[in-house]
Design a protein around this ligand. Structure first.
Ligand SMILES: Cc1ncc(COP(=O)(O)O)c(C=O)c1O
Length: 359
């Protein structure tokens, strides 16, 4: 039997939120709500859905390997050059492309703990050494991270806003951090939840592109509601984007995703509605959690990390039996916490009720 490399066998596989159909079937439930994977509460843009339906007769063709049309649209939208953008099969793929392009076995990466688990997975897959820096009161400690960056550090990962905490790195702190880090180190600024941010001191990350060592990640999975199609993008200097292109498969982004993303980008109304639902949902959750006396981390994203002062796994199981899927945080080392995605108002109410009635 062939044996996989030892670092691969040590990887703890990523556990996604449980699918709704699976929960319905297993528990014999008629109505299940999923507040576990930070998806868009109001669904995809109707414009994207119409565009896909119209396009379906074309799926016998390979996709446009350069995402030409979408690239034009997005470059215009962001006021960037096409050479500064690359698409991926979700922004997750770009995290992987970066590790393939920049990491060798034994290289160091600096990351916060806990933070988005995929950074660890890709580093482990290439056998890179992970230098982890604990969060400080649930916030990234960029000063401590800067101290850990050495000549051997090839990549630093910063989720901004962070998952699972929803906290963020301010413009001032990020600016100071980037000044300290060598221009040979790639700094990945993962902005998957950027569209939900309302903090005034959140960094305008494009201004750091000229440093030449920053890779910004964004996605159509969250605010644009296209998680199932898998499409995200990276923004960086033309040299970095060129390196990433060399490591990707020729048809890494499927044609349905490209079509949907181009249509979703034009649907300003849907984006606005999404933001409003999330903002109002956030206010509702803060109020209700305060009322229940449960502590939470103020969030800049579309989810909230809540300290439930009991086993998060047990609470997850309890809510599951009532048809509500949330995320327990054991895999992140936060045993007494759960992460709840902000849903529609009806979903939020149902979840709050279940929390009020918990054992
Ligand atoms: C911080 C962070 N980055 C990236 C992603 C991945 O997004 P995508 O669906 O674009 O691969 C997620 C998804 O949960 C996330 O939380």
């Amino acid at each position: 039997m062939p044996t996989a490399r030892s670092n691969i066998l040590k990887i703890q596989p990523y556990e996604p939120g449980r699918p709704m159909d699976d929960v319905k079937r297993a528990l014999g439930l008629r109505s299940v709500i999923k507040l576990a994977s930070n998806e868009n509460p109001i669904g995809p843009s109707p414009k994207a859905v119409r565009a896909i339906k119209k396009f379906l007769g074309e799926i016998h063709r390979y996709p446009d390997g350069g995402s030409y049309y979408l690239l034009e649209r997005l470059a215009q939208h962001l006021k960037l050059s096409k050479k500064q953008i690359i698409f991926g099969n979700g922004s997750n793929e770009i995290i992987e492309l970066a590790s393939r392009a920049y990491l060798r076995e034994g290289d160091e990466v600096v990351l916060a703990e806990p933070s988005f688990l995929v950074y660890k997975l890709v580093a482990q897959a290439v056998g890179a050494k992970q230098v982890t820096v604990p969060l400080k009161e649930f916030w990234y400690d960029l000063e401590a991270m800067a101290e850990k960056v050495s000549k051997r550090t090839r990549i630093v990962y910063i989720a901004n806003p962070d998952n699972p905490t929803g906290s963020y790195v301010t413009a001032e702190k990020l600016g100071r951090f980037l000044k300290k880090v060598s221009s040979d180190t790639l700094v990945i600024l993962d902005e998957a939840y950027w569209e939900f941010v309302d903090a005034d001191d959140f960094p305008k990350s494009f201004r750091y592109l000229k440093q030449g060592n920053v890779l910004i990640l964004r996605t159509f999975s969250k605010a644009y509601g296209l998680a199932g199609l898998r499409i995200g993008y990276g923004i960086a200097s033309p040299a970095i984007i060129d390196a990433l292109h060399r490591t990707r498969q020729p048809f890494n982004v499927n044609s349905v995703a490209q079509t949907a993303a181009a249509a979703a980008l034009k649907d300003k109304d849907h984006l606005k509605k999404t933001r409003t639902v999330v903002r109002k949902g956030k206010e509702f959750w803060y109020r209700e959690l305060d009322r229940m006396g449960l502590e939470y981390i103020p969030t800049q994203a579309n989810f909230i990390l809540v300290n439930v002062r009991q086993s998060g796994t047990a609470l997850f199981q309890q809510l599951l039996r009532r048809g509500i899927i949330i995320r327990d945080m054991k895999a992140y080392g936060l045993d007494q916490f759960v992460r709840i995605t902000i849903g529609t108002q009806e979903e939020n109410r149902r979840c709050v009720r279940a929390l009020q009635e918990r054992d």
